[in-house]
Design a protein around this ligand. Structure first.
Ligand SMILES: Nc1ncnc2c1ncn2[C@@H]1O[C@H](COP(=O)(O)OP(=O)(O)OP(=O)(O)O)[C@@H](O)[C@H]1O
Ligand SMILES: [Mg+2]
Length: 273
């Protein structure tokens, strides 16, 4: 069921955004810069980022707290505007899209998983997961049916009717993943999706994301502080001092606690063009 619908959604995306079908780069940024100013204080978490993400890639963004990982994901999701530079989806500059297409990009092309799930505690798991469909004015019955199927995919098939506030942290994050995917986006952005979970639940959520990434042919970018999970993605990029670079191989003599990452096959953004 999902495979077939994905194809139709991908085609819808392609039509909406004039995708060049043989193009492998689905998302890219050019000289992306974000400056926050408050009073005399200026913070520049992103300082000329050139990132190229291929269709079907899974990328981990790592970096110290405050380095700009959330800022970057928000710009990729069009939840915030850059100070300068561009974000392109399928060669379309996001900020040159009409309001209508930009809303469609936010709602349908991209799914977003937050560190804190932001579920509505008094609503059921299915109602929460159905929210993006309801925003699109899809009929309630149809929305709940689709949400129920996604809850099955994330391992909560028997919890559809339970209030979100009664679920465990790991279960709530699963509902948030179902909600992010219910519109069958082609891009999944996740901001420290395992940040609030214990090790076992974090592993479980990461395994789930990896499985969904492959089975739904997603392009996935996640921010994480967890080096062992980051290493299991296709590419690890480190964000620091406003710049994004391939994370380095750990030094062979480096002991536990090393903050650098294995990164087999990493290419610089320039190499990926
Ligand atoms: N709306 C804002 N106004 C002012 N400064 C901001 C705003 N949002 C983020 N910043 C600043 O930008 C920098 C990057 O913040 P960001 O939240 O992107 O970091 P992060 O890498 O996601 O950190 P963490 O790992 O703790 O989540 C920080 O110095 C932060 O204080
Ligand atoms: Mg953050």
């Amino acid at each position: 069921m999902q495979g077939q619908s994905r194809t139709s959604v991908a085609v819808a995306d392609d039509q909406a955004f004039e995708v060049v079908r043989d193009a492998t780069s689905v998302l890219h940024t050019h000289n992306l810069t974000k400056v926050f100013r408050s009073g005399q204080q200026e913070t520049r978490p992103l300082d000329g980022i050139d990132l190229s993400v291929e269709r079907g890639e899974m990328i981990a963004i790592v970096g110290p707290s405050g380095s700009g990982k959330s800022t970057l994901l928000h710009l990729l999701a069009a939840l915030d505007t850059p100070t300068s530079g561009e974000v392109y989806f399928a060669r379309n500059s996001l900020w040159s899209l009409s309001e209508e297409k930009l809303a469609e990009y936010r709602n349908r092309t991209v799914g977003f998983v937050w560190q804190r799930h932001h579920l509505l505690p008094d609503f059921t798991a299915a109602e929460n997961a159905a929210m993006p469909l309801l925003v699109r004015k899809v009929a309630l019955k149809q929305s709940l049916k689709a949400a129920g199927e996604w809850l099955g995919e994330v391992g909560l098939g028997d919890r559809s009717e339970q209030r979100a506030g009664e679920l465990s942290g790991g279960e709530q994050q699963r509902v948030a993943i179902a909600r992010a995917l219910v519109n069958q986006p082609s891009v999944l952005l996740a901001d420290e999706p395992t940040g609030d979970l214990d090790e076992r639940n974090a592993e479980g959520i990461f395994d789930l994301m990896l499985r969904l990434h492959h089975s739904h042919r997603l392009t996935t970018i996640l921010a994480t502080h967890n080096s062992s999970l980051a290493r299991r993605t296709d590419r690890v990029l480190a964000l620091e001092h406003g710049k994004l670079a391939p994370a380095l191989e750990p030094h062979p003599l480096a002991g536990l606690g090393n903050t650098q990452f294995a990164n087999a096959g990493a290419k610089t953004p320039g190499e990926r063009g």
